[in-house]
Each structure stands twice: as C-alpha cells, then as structure tokens.
Design a protein around this ligand. Structure first.
Ligand SMILES: Nc1nc2c(ncn2[C@@H]2O[C@H](COP(=O)(O)OP(=O)(O)O)[C@@H](O)[C@H]2O)c(=O)[nH]1
Ligand SMILES: [Mg+2]
Length: 223
C-alpha cells in the first residue's frame, strides 16, 4: 500500500492571490502528480501556474462538477486529493489523507466542524445551512458526517469507476460521499480548519448550492 501514488487536483477559477499563498506550501514530496483544473481564469492564475511549472488545463464544460469530473479522468495516481486553492483549505491535511488511504480507507472527508474546529469562512447563513444539511444527510444515510459540504476529499482513484461518478453536478463531492456510504466503503473524517479565502470573489452561489444539495440527497436516497 505504501507504493500508492498520489495525485492532487487543484480546482479553481480566478484565484491568483490564493494560489500565490497556498501553492508554495504544498510540499513536493507529498505528491507524484499535481494538476490544476482551471475554469477559465482571467486574473493571471493561468500565467502564474505556468510560470511555476504546474500542469494546468482549462476545463471543457462549466462548473465545479465538470472540473472535478474531467480532472479525475486525467490523473493516474492511486490516491486522489481534491484541493481548492482559495486560501481556505489548510495544506496540512494532504499527507494525513495519504496516510489514511494507505492504511486502508477508501474515502477521507476533511471536516471543518470536528473536534472543536470551525470555519472562519462561514457566516451565520452558511454555518447554519452546513449544520442542517449535514444533520439531514446523517438522518437519511447511515454515516454520521460532521461536515458534508466542505468538498475537501481524498479517495482511492478506483472507487470512482465503482461508484459510477460520471456527472457534472455542482454536488459532485457530495454524490461521491453518499455513494461511498451506500456501498459500505471505508470512510473516515479528519479535522481541518477552513480559513477565510484570500483575495478573489466567492464563486459558488449559495442558494443554488442549497437546492442542489436537496436534489442530490433525494436522488441518492431514492434511486
Ligand atoms: N475549476 C473550477 N473551479 C471552480 C469553479 N467554480 C468555483 N471553483 C473553485 O472552487 C473552489 C470553491 O469555491 P468558492 O467560491 O470558494 O466556494 P465556497 O468555498 O463554497 O465559498 C474555489 O477554489 C473556486 O475557485 C469552476 O467552475 N471551475
Ligand atoms: Mg472557498
């Protein structure tokens, strides 16, 4: 298991400030392959990534789900870690995710609310919504997540084909988690603080994201 190769997928659109702050913190010895999937940046992110020698590609279709779906098909590592470089995701979880999957877990979910942790990027609305959706997911499915919506995940690449994750939904990460639960895969949560994003604008429209979560919970429950 220790021979398992690690691929990191960095997904972003217009995150040049976050990239400048976070990418140098991702240690070279943590991964075998790193690809940036870009949603059409115009703020210099693409130039920054190229200048630093990261491999970057522009997604063909729009949205976070399309980005992740296209990217997982390009990477070749046994372990895949998805990372948003907006300044919110700590890098410290990267080697821990790798360690957990090498130890036999299929899916690792980083949780902002585990073990007294918190999100510095929440407001009263998003914090409450995260709590409610996480509770509902735990009532509908037999796994008590402490954070269902962060989308800071690692998984064995092989689980992707087994779970039929071939969609472009904005809830790509949540679909992965729910299908992993339904399939009885070994899932573990690890704590991680979410920091305030560095520069740039929020890209994910929250009301629409909330509806998408409701739809995903229903679809995954009743299909
Ligand atoms: N590749 C790609 N990344 C995206 C897209 N939309 C958002 N992102 C990235 O997804 C991550 C999370 O978005 P963000 O706006 O911070 O959402 P929040 O963390 O839920 O507030 C950030 O790294 C964004 O740059 C997209 O369409 N394509
Ligand atoms: Mg963010």
């Amino acid at each position: 298991m220790s021979g398992m190769k690690v691929s990191i997928i960095v997904f972003e659109v217009n995150e040049v400030d976050g990239m400048r702050a976070m990418m140098p913190q991702i240690k070279r010895e943590w991964y075998d392959e790193l690809i940036v999937v870009d949603g059409g940046s115009t703020d210099g992110t693409i130039e920054y990534a190229k200048e630093k020698g990261y491999s970057i590609f522009i997604q063909k279709e729009r949205g976070v789900g399309a980005a992740l779906n296209e990217a997982v098909r390009k990477v070749s590592g046994d372990i895949v870690i998805i990372y948003a470089p907006d300044g919110s995701f700590e890098v410290d979880q990267i080697p821990i995710i790798t360690e957990k999957i090498r130890a036999g877990y299929d899916v690792v979910n980083v949780s902002r609310y585990m073990g007294g942790n918190k999100s510095h990027d929440d407001n009263i609305f998003t914090g409450t919504a995260n709590w409610i959706f996480t509770k509902i997911a735990g009532l509908m499915f037999p796994f008590q997540f402490t954070d269902f919506l962060y989308t800071y995940l690692g998984f064995r690449r092989e689980v992707i084909s087994g779970l039929n994750i071939d969609n472009k939904e904005r809830t790509w990460g949540q679909i992965l988690l729910l299908r992993a639960v339904k399939k009885g895969l070994k899932i573990i949560e690890i704590p991680g603080t979410e920091y305030k994003r560095i520069g740039g604008d929020v890209k994910v429209p929250k009301i629409r994201a909330g509806w998408a979560i409701v739809k995903t919970l229903m679809q995954e429950k009743f299909s």
